[in-house]
Write a protein that binds this ligand. Structure first.
Ligand SMILES: [Zn+2]
Ligand SMILES: [Zn+2]
Length: 159
């Protein structure tokens, strides 16, 4: 209802990124294709502009950080990605397509995980109804400190 899975569903087909760009009304350019490719295929679904820039450097793509910011802003305006401001000065981007989920964030390492809790979703609907609202969207972020002994995201210095 709040999102659709059309883009995620076609991840594996050949010219996926080009199609997604055209559907969003954006011209197909190399920086746009490469950045969308990273957003669609990286194991981490929540990436900062700097994360994406570092991955482009690893791929030996000659795309500057300013271009990454500009393209992400264009993607956001076109509805392709959602920008989250999870903590002070930390913006991360994820594809807008896909099912609704909420987020929990580690304040030590910045790792973001997703969850869906049907009872929370249901209570939110009940609250909105009681207050006379029809929900168009909502965002729930839990901030905390990861307590797992073997957290793979923990930085060596903070272990
Ligand atoms: Zn939710
Ligand atoms: Zn997410």
């Amino acid at each position: 209802m709040e999102h659709n899975g059309a883009i995620l569903a076609q991840r594996t087909s050949g010219d996926v990124q080009g199609n997604d760009l055209r559907k969003a009304g954006l011209k197909v350019t190399t920086p746009r294709v490469k950045i969308l490719e990273i957003l669609e295929n990286d194991a981490d679904r929540h990436l900062s502009a700097e994360d994406i820039y570092r991955k482009l450097v690893d791929l030996r793509e000659d795309i500057g950080l300013a271009t990454v910011y500009r393209v992400l802003t264009q993607f956001e305006a076109a509805g392709l990605v959602t920008r989250h401001h999870f903590a002070d000065g930390m913006a991360v981007f994820e594809l807008s397509a896909g099912p609704h989920h909420d987020h929990i964030l580690c304040m030590d390492c910045g790792n973001v995980e997703e969850f869906v809790e049907p009872q929370i979703e249901e209570r939110q609907r009940a609250v909105a109804e009681r207050l006379g609202f029809e929900i168009s969207d909502h965002a729930l972020v839990i901030y905390g400190h990861c307590r797992r002994a073997n957290c793979p995201h923990r930085k060596p210095s903070s272990a």
